[in-house]
Write a protein that binds this ligand. Sequence first.
Ligand code: FE
Ligand code: FE
Length: 258
Amino acid sequence: MIFISLIYFIMTLRIYEKNTKQFNLYLEMYKNQTIDLVKSKRDEYSKLNKTKMTIHKALKMLDSFIDPSDPDLDVPNSIHAYQTAERIRKKYPDNKEFQIIGLIHDLGKVLFSFGEESWAVVGDTYVLGCEIPKSIVYYESTKKYNEPCIYKNGCGLDNLIISYGHDEYLYSVLKGNKNHKISQKYMDVIRYHSFYPWHTNCEYSEFLCEKDSDTLKNVKKFNEFDLYSKEDSVEITEKTKNYYKELLDEYFDGKLNW
Ligand code: FE
Ligand code: FE
């Protein structure tokens, strides 16, 4: 019985209906995300001159934010952060870095505090400058934006121009600050965790290079915890918060440039 209801629960996750706030967000996204837009956001935000703050403060900022792109999540993002970390801790009690990735993976959403619109922060990401795969969310709305392909086969994930959002932003924050111990492996997980057309629908395989198969494995492993955690208890105890506060202190040293 538990098994059947679990299967039912998984099947009912990520269902997108028309004329909802998700629908409008994706319409705006498909209209506004262009190669030039992505390049200019990457340029602007990789300078890391917006603010200086600790990782604790960024986590706290997610208290006042509910993700408008997610049909399954209606609690503040900070709760989703702790739930994701706790799921990982249950299965990997000794892998502290993996737990931290669960906790911080969505911190790039502080982009909202810099005045960014939802379509430049959240939602599944996809590649600009090539055909849009049919499996993408609300595919019918993308048809007029299909472009000729500018990439060579095997060019590698890191050379694709992927729609801008919280993944790329947090990646650039971690890449540009040296006062932390997060490894490249997990920075890549953060960078591609919203790239559902690739990690879940197996699209864009022609562009992958050798090292991308490890990244795919790692992102898929992470994604299990990012999804199913969303219907867990919303009660996060002080004890749990303290555990993660200490963990963050172990991996981050002082303020980061954002
Ligand atoms: Fe995310
Ligand atoms: Fe998430």
